[in-house]
Design a binder for this molecule. Structure first.
Ligand SMILES: C[S@@+](CC[C@H](N)C(=O)[O-])C[C@H]1O[C@@H](n2cnc3c(N)ncnc32)[C@H](O)[C@@H]1O
Length: 325
C-alpha cells in the first residue's frame, strides 16, 4: 500500500491528483471550506486572537481546501493566518503564494489542523482469520492476488485485541489501524495549542465491518485494490482508536450543523421577492444536503481533538448533544 500510493510510480504522485479520481467534501462544495474557515475563526477566538494563527491542511491533495479556507476568512483573521498544506505529493504549479507547501507538519504552531480524508490513505496491514482460527497477515502480489502469511503478533495483535477483536470464523478480516493511531498522534503533536480535526469514512468498536473495507478507486469508480499504482487504495478508519484524551467523535452532519451548514430549503416567499437570491439559496441548500446526506458524506466521522482548549468551545456546541452514542 505504501509503495502503491507513495512510491516513485505511486498513485498519489500522478499529475491529475486525487480530484481526478474521486470527490471529497472539499470538491463537493465551497460551503465545506467556508465551514472550516468558520471553525478556524472560533479556534482563533477561543485562543484570544493570537498574533499568528496556523491553518494546517494535513494530506492537502492539491491545496484545494487551504485555498478555499483562505478565500472564506474574514480580513482580520486572513491577515494573521499562516496556511500550511502538508502533502507527500509535489507542490502543484500556480499555488497561491500565501500557502506554505510542506512534506511534513510544522512544529509548535497554534491554530487548527484539519485532515480531510487523510487517515484512510495511511497504509495499514490486513489480518484475516485462517482455516485454523488464527489471525494471519494478508500478503498481496502486484496483480492483487492475495495469500495468507504468518500470524499477527506483538503490538499489532495487541491493537486487534483492544480495538478490533476477530472471532474464530475463517475469512473474518480486520484492518490493523495502529499506524493510523500513530500518524494521528504525530500530526496532533505539531500543535502547541488549538484543535485538530480528522474527517473520514469511519467505524467504531460497536460496528466494525466483519470483512474489512479495503477497496480501490480509479476515475470515479470503485475497483479492486490492486497495488500497482493505478488506483487509490483505501480502508475506512477506526477513528475511535485514533482518539486521544478529550477528543469528541461526531458525524459530519452534526459537525456541519454546528458550523451553520444545513440542507434546509429557502422560504418560497424569497422566490417572488428576489428570484436570483432564491436560486442561489436553492443551490446552496442542494450542496449542503450532499455534505450532510445520510448514507453519504453526512455519515463521515469527525474526530475533534483539542490541545490545551476545550473541543466544545470551538464548535460552539454542547458536545454531549452531538457525540455519537
Ligand atoms: C484522499 S486524498 C485527500 C485530499 C484532500 N484532503 C481532500 O479532501 O480533497 C489524501 C491525501 O493525503 C496525502 N497524504 C497521505 N499521507 C500523507 C502524509 N503522511 N503526509 C502528507 N500527506 C499525505 C496523499 O498524498 C493524498 O493527497
Amino acid at each position: 500500500m505504501e509503495t502503491a500510493l507513495y512510491g516513485p510510480d505511486g498513485f498519489y504522485r500522478r499529475p491529475e491528483g486525487p480530484a481526478g479520481h474521486f470527490r471529497t467534501s472539499v470538491h463537493a462544495s465551497p460551503l465545506y471550506a467556508a465551514a472550516v474557515a468558520r471553525l478556524l475563526c472560533r479556534v482563533d477566538e477561543v485562543l484570544g486572537h493570537p498574533e499568528e494563527i496556523a491553518f494546517v491542511d494535513m494530506g492537502a491533495g492539491r491545496g484545494e481546501l487551504t485555498g478555499g479556507v483562505l478565500a472564506a476568512l474574514p480580513a482580520d483573521v486572513a491577515a494573521r493566518v499562516r496556511a500550511y498544506a502538508v502533502e507527500r505529493a509535489e507542490c502543484p504549479p500556480g499555488l497561491d503564494p500565501r500557502i506554505i507547501w510542506r512534506a511534513g507538519p510544522p512544529t509548535g504552531v497554534t491554530g487548527l489542523l484539519f485532515a480531510n480524508e487523510w487517515l484512510d490513505n495511511v497504509p495499514v496491514d490486513i489480518a484475516e482469520v485462517a482455516a485454523d482460527g488464527t489471525a494471519r497477515r494478508v500478503l498481496v502480489r502486484d496483480d492483487g492476488t492475495e495469500s495468507l502469511g504468518g500470524p499477527v503478533t506483538g503490538p499489532d495483535a495487541a491493537w486487534l485485541a483492544r480495538w478490533w477483536p476477530l472471532g474464530a470464523e475463517p475469512g473474518l478480516r480486520a484492518e490493523i489501524g495502529r499506524p493510523r493511531d500513530e500518524a494521528w498522534a504525530a500530526a496532533v503533536a505539531c500543535l502547541e495549542r488549538g484543535l485538530a480535526v480528522a474527517v473520514d469514512y469511519a467505524h467504531d468498536r460497536r460496528g466494525r465491518p466483519p470483512f474489512g473495507t479495503l477497496t480501490g478507486f480509479r476515475e470515479g469508480r470503485e475497483t479492486a485494490p490492486v497495488p500497482d499504482g493505478s488506483c487509490d487504495i483505501t480502508a475506512h478508519v477506526a477513528l475511535d482508536a485514533c482518539a486521544m484524551e478529550g477528543a469528541v467523535l461526531l458525524t459530519q452532519r452534526a459537525a456541519l450543523g454546528a458550523l451553520g451548514v444545513s440542507g434546509g430549503r429557502p422560504p418560497l416567499s424569497l422566490a417572488s421577492e428576489d428570484p436570483a437570491a432564491y436560486v442561489r439559496a436553492l443551490a446552496r441548500a442542494g450542496q449542503a444536503a450532499e455534505l450532510t446526506a445520510p448514507g453519504g458524506l453526512g455519515d463521515f466521522g469527525w474526530l475533534v481533538q483539542p490541545v490545551g482548549m476545550p473541543a466544545g468551545a470551538a464548535l460552539l456546541v454542547d458536545v454531549a448533544d452531538h457525540e455519537e452514542e
